[in-house]
Write a protein that binds this ligand. Structure first.
Ligand code: FES
Length: 117
């Protein structure tokens, strides 16, 4: 069934329809970046194109983190280089919710408009 990703700082809502995954844009299929970039490719920076080779797609998962996949070693390495790291930080191209609950994310201010493709 579908679920929702809300971006706290912009108020935008993105409905994820699992049967349409992968959206095929950026990041791991079904990742938060995959979903959001389908509708708004500018909202979250993704300098490396979503292959976990930068940290510009850093987001903070305010709600629903428990329903997301585990952090891989690769994601962890890049998260370590992220300014303003929090316990709820993820790379949106690598963070895949299982759809069991709605997600609320925040895009860190220091990430927005900092690096453009
Ligand atoms: Fe580069 Fe996610 S877009 S790590």
């Amino acid at each position: 069934k579908s679920y929702k990703i809300t971006v706290q700082n912009t108020g935008q809502e993105f409905v994820v329809e699992p049967e349409k995954i992968p959206y095929g844009r950026h990041g791991i299929p079904g990742s938060i970046l995959d979903t959001i970039s389908k509708t708004d490719s500018e909202l979250i920076d993704h300098a490396c194109g979503g292959v976990q080779a930068c940290s510009t797609c850093h987001i903070i998962v305010e709600k629903g983190l428990d329903s997301c996949n585990e952090i891989s070693d690769r994601e962890d390495d890049y998260l370590d280089q992220t300014p303003g790291l929090t316990l709820e930080s993820r790379l949106s191209c690598a963070c895949v919710p299982d759809g069991s609950e709605d997600i609320v994310i925040r895009i860190p201010d220091w990430n927005r408009n900092e690096v453009k493709e």
